[in-house]
Design a protein around this ligand. Structure first.
Ligand code: HEM
Length: 546
């Protein structure tokens, strides 16, 4: 099968045929038909025409790309410090440094400017870190001028990987439906946690070493899938595998694409295995989701899952079943690895500070005693009462958030802040969330891990606003792990409940510790991401529990 026809067959990718490739194909076709002529001179001429065409397209693409880069070039605001130096040479050097030393660079900038404006060089250019007092000016800005999805498309090479959707179907359904139905959803989620742990954990009759990232990712993928589409999704091994692999291949595929110059990326996307795999995951999502959507449409039977709510909320083009299946895959990307990373970091912290574990067990036992549905499942009210675990989760996230920078947006046109400061067009802005969480003015003794830090704040006040700000799910200028404003993570309430339910279940049923001579592995810095070490292992031993 030719590459052109495979593209057409891949439906979803049809519109992704790169312009330059289309041009090349269009130009080469007449040349090839001339080639079939028997006249040698004509044949030679045709070949030269063909090669000249190819060469001109190639050179034209380079010229066009350079021109685009030049004309859309970022303008730096004079006087704003650039971490590592503002000369071109320093900036180029520090753009590379950002790949593996971003945390230090962001901390340097935050401390040097006392939380003010600074530029941090990164592979995609100098990102402007903005002081949190300007969040109010930006939090509800129109999306065509302060673009959230654009940053995502850039980060994951969305033009070629399909990552980053401008559809609002999933954020609006999570907000309007999932968040309103968490009480019911969390009951089935707890059933799924029990079944999944029974299915995929080794027996652990004695201390057993497990790769914690892989194991917890699978637990979260299954548990999240239960919320996405009931047991039809959560018990479908191919879907669960696809939902995990979609993010991994998308991530590694994007990293490979980033190494190519812009004009070669469309071709790279056809060759890089991870990017090519993505089409298979869409097929997998369609295979499982479309029959469910059709059946539900036919019977009118209501269901208690995100797929059903998305189908109900869809309007216009969103009602296309293939489209909804694609969105399902995209929401799984937003939900699975994010939540799994937070859960893994939490378990690593519980192994590092084992004195916290009995407190979590006691809290879970006491809440279970009062907020039990009779089948051993805790009510959502009960989950909300788990202030100790909530506090440890928030402290764990303060030290090891998934993202070092949040509130990332691309400013598409010059944007004037309330005090007259103008952010030039084509600037990627962000907030150094992790550096803020280590600010001693906001978090006394910030380098000390205090699992009860936020529980103490909640206990010490009657002010509901202060209590609210100390919760894991809080999103405000001093607590930016879930972003802020219009695009603040709508899934954080589900994520918080899910992490609580998984952790409580695991500490109740297992003892955990690091292997002999091994401590907490450092997180991995990959530009703005801060990921739990993939090689981390933990020993589990099953406890005798009635
Ligand atoms: C601990 C787990 C999670 C973390 C750390 C996290 C973090 C984030 C962050 C930082 C943003 C961008 C916010 C901004 O820039 O203002 C975001 C957006 C988003 N998250 Fe999460 N997230 C998590 C779990 C989830 C889950 C479980 C879901 C779905 C159920 C979800 C769905 C989304 C969606 C749909 C958006 C885009 C919102 C929009 O387009 O307006 N997330 N998340």
């Amino acid at each position: 099968m030719s590459w052109q026809s495979s593209l057409v067959k891949m439906g979803h990718w049809q519109t992704k045929v790169p312009d330059s490739a289309q041009l090349l194909w269009a130009r080469s076709r007449p040349a090839l038909s001339y080639f079939e002529s028997s006249n040698h001179v004509l044949r030679t001429l045709t070949w030269s025409t063909f090669f000249l065409s190819v060469l001109s397209v190639f050179l034209g693409t380079i010229a066009w790309t350079s021109w685009r880069q030049w004309t859309t070039r970022q303008r730096l605001v004079p006087g704003i410090p650039v971490i590592g130096g503002s000369s071109k040479r320093d900036r180029l050097k520090n753009r590379e440094r950002f790949r593996h030393d971003s945390k230090q660079m962001l901390t340097e900038g935050y401390l040097a400017t006392n939380g003010g404006f600074f530029y941090v060089p990164s592979p995609l250019g100098e990102r402007l870190m903005i002081p949190v007092q300007y969040l109010e000016d930006l939090k509800t800005a129109p999306i065509d001028r302060v673009d959230f999805v654009g940053t995502f498309i850039e980060m994951f090479e969305g033009k070629h990987t399909t990552f980053g959707s401008r559809s609002t179907l999933h954020p609006r359904t999570v907000k309007a439906e999932l968040n309103q139905h968490l009480a019911e959803v969390m009951l089935s989620v707890q059933d799924e946690i029990h079944d999944t742990v029974q299915d995929i954990f080794p027996p652990c009759d004695d201390w057993t070493e497990v790769h914690i990232v892989d194991l917890i990712t699978e637990v979260v993928a299954r548990v999240s899938s239960r919320m996405f589409g009931g047991t039809t999704l959560s018990r479908n091994k191919d879907w669960v595998k696809a939902s995990i692999a979609f993010a991994i291949d998308g991530y590694f595929g994007a990293q490979k694409l980033k190494k190519l110059p812009e004009f070669l990326k469309p071709l790279g996307a056809r060759v890089i295995r991870e990017v090519r795999n993505l089409g298979n995951y869409y097929k997998e999502a369609e295979k499982v989701a479309i029959p469910m959507l059709e059946e539900r449409e036919r019977t009118g039977e209501p269901a208690f899952d995100l797929l059903y709510w998305m189908q109900q909320a869809a309007v216009g083009e969103e009602t296309d079943h293939k489209f909804i299946a694609g969105i399902l895959l995209k929401i799984s990307f937003a939900a699975i690895h994010t939540t799994a990373s937070a859960a893994v970091q939490l378990l690593l912290d519980l192994c590092t500070y084992p004195e916290l574990v009995p407190m979590v067990r006691d809290e879970y036992a006491s809440v279970l005693a009062h907020s039990n549905d009779g089948e051993g499942r805790i009510s959502r009210q009960g989950l909300m009462k788990m202030h100790v675990l909530d506090s440890i989760m928030k402290e764990s996230q303060r030290f090891n958030p998934l993202l070092l920078v949040t509130f990332e947006r691309i400013i598409t046109e010059d944007w004037k802040l309330s005090d007259g400061f103008v952010i030039p067009a084509h600037t990627t802005i962000g907030v150094p969330a992790q550096a803020i969480s280590m600010d001693p003015n906001l978090f006394p003794d910030p380098e000390r891990f205090d699992g009860l830090r936020f529980a103490k704040i909640r206990n010490a006040t009657t002010d509901p606003a202060v209590k609210g700000k100390a919760q894991f799910v809080a999103a405000h200028p001093q607590s930016m792990a879930f972003g802020y404003g219009r695009h603040a993570c709508p899934g954080r309430f589900f994520a918080g409940d899910e992490i609580k339910a998984i952790t409580a279940y695991l500490v109740k049923h297992y003892d955990m510790k690091f292997p002999e001579g091994q401590g907490r592995p450092a997180s991995m810095e990959v530009e703005t991401q801060y990921l739990p070490s993939h090689s981390a292992t933990v020993l589990f031993k099953r406890r005798a529990v009635q």
